[in-house]
Write a protein that binds this ligand. Structure first.
Ligand code: ZN
Length: 366
């Protein structure tokens, strides 16, 4: 087990070290998923973050007799966007595009876990363990991967305690005490997930899974930032896809948001716009499109701020809807008007915030 940090001079990625470790992974009596989990963990300790490239299942009655999972470095794998752009580049007269944003380096690292039905145990195969980029063991993604996953030993302990009736909180404390020398903080969520699986729950998706998906959609030049708490639990994710970054940089235009209040009083965004102007014509055009996608059914209520162009557009497109002003805006206008008349006589009182303002009566739809 990984308990103490190796001295700094050995903190360099060495394929041979990883190979030895992977060859030592026990596969006897294990299912494919467990071996994959151990491979992912073993690689993460060496600073390698993996993602699934291919996964095949032996279907009942199917012709394939092998369960297989191919794992690749997150820097590897084909990028459809970049392939597409490479094609564009070869066309005459096309200006070369900026590709610096992509995290993919075409890394060839891969490892597969196969389980042939005719064999008693899964096998770790096809190890191509070299990278064409620097491997950083201190990277956020690596820490997160390690924090989110328990070792096999820890998993066994959690399972045992849970099956004896211990509650997850107590199990977490016990596991922490048992492994207090460990370099890697034991994640409360990881303990809860293992405990839940003992009770027959499907493997819950943890933060590391979410992060993996976000990394995948942002690998081709998107933005992904994360924050973790002291125990290595993922607490914040902010991401923009490559397309979103392009939009964000390109349009200095007004943003419009169409939202509804659902049956549980939650605000749900149902449409958005970026437009060059905010004239009545523009609003009419937008609202007509919104009306079409609603099958031509008028909303009962439409709430907006006191914008002349929008008011005119709503009257034209939603003539049957009750037009209402946003109460928060109304408060602001009242305070402004009062301040004008009363001047210094008005006691300075903060304008109520959006939250503090009472909900508009019968707020149905915006
Ligand atoms: Zn790599």
């Amino acid at each position: 087990m990984f308990t103490t940090s190796p001295p700094p001079e050995t903190q360099v990625y060495d394929p041979a070290v990883l190979k030895t470790k992977l060859e030592a992974v026990q596969t006897e009596g294990k299912i494919l998923e467990d071996v994959v989990e151990e491979v992912v963990r073993t690689c993460a300790i060496e600073g390698v973050v993996l993602s699934t490239a291919k996964s095949t299942r032996c279907r009942d009655g199917g012709t394939d007799r092998v369960d297989m999972k191919k794992l690749i470095c997150t820097r590897g794998g084909g990028s459809r966007q970049l392939e597409h752009e490479a094609r564009l580049d070869t066309e005459p007269g096309v200006i070369r595009r900026n590709r610096k944003g992509s995290a993919r380096t075409g890394c060839q690292f891969e490892v597969s876990v196969r389980h042939a039905k005719s064999h008693p145990r899964p096998k770790i195969t096809n190890m191509k363990l070299g990278h064409n980029h620097v491997v950083d063991r201190q990277a956020m993604a690596v820490k997160l991967r390690l924090a989110g996953k328990l070792t096999e030993e820890q998993r066994g302990q959690v399972e045992k305690m849970t099956s004896k009736g211990m509650k997850p909180k107590a199990v977490h404390e016990a596991i922490q005490a048992l492994h207090e020398d460990s370099d890697i903080e034991i994640n409360r969520r990881a303990v809860q997930n293992v405990a839940a699986s003992v009770h027959g729950a499907e493997k819950p998706r943890d933060a590391a899974d979410a992060y993996e998906e976000v990394m995948a959609v942002t690998a081709d030049g998107g933005v992904c930032e994360i924050k973790m708490d002291d125990s290595g639990r993922l607490t914040h994710i902010w991401w923009q896809t490559r397309e979103q970054v392009a939009l964000w940089n390109r349009y200095r235009m007004p943003l419009g948001v169409l939202a509804v209040i659902d049956s549980e009083y939650r605000t749900r965004i149902v449409g958005q716009s970026i437009t060059a102007d905010t004239t009545t014509n523009t609003f009419v055009w937008m609202l007509k499109s919104a009306l079409r996608s609603r099958g031509g059914k008028q909303p009962d209520i439409f709430i907006q701020d006191a914008e002349v162009a929008m008011t005119a557009a709503v009257r034209e497109v939603f003539p049957d809807a009750l037009a209402r002003r946003c109460l928060w805006r109304l408060y602001q206008h009242i305070m402004k008007a009062l301040a004008k008349d009363l001047g210094g006589q008005m006691k300075a009182r903060p304008v109520p915030t959006e939250k503090a303002a009472p909900a508009a009566p019968a707020a149905g739809r915006r």
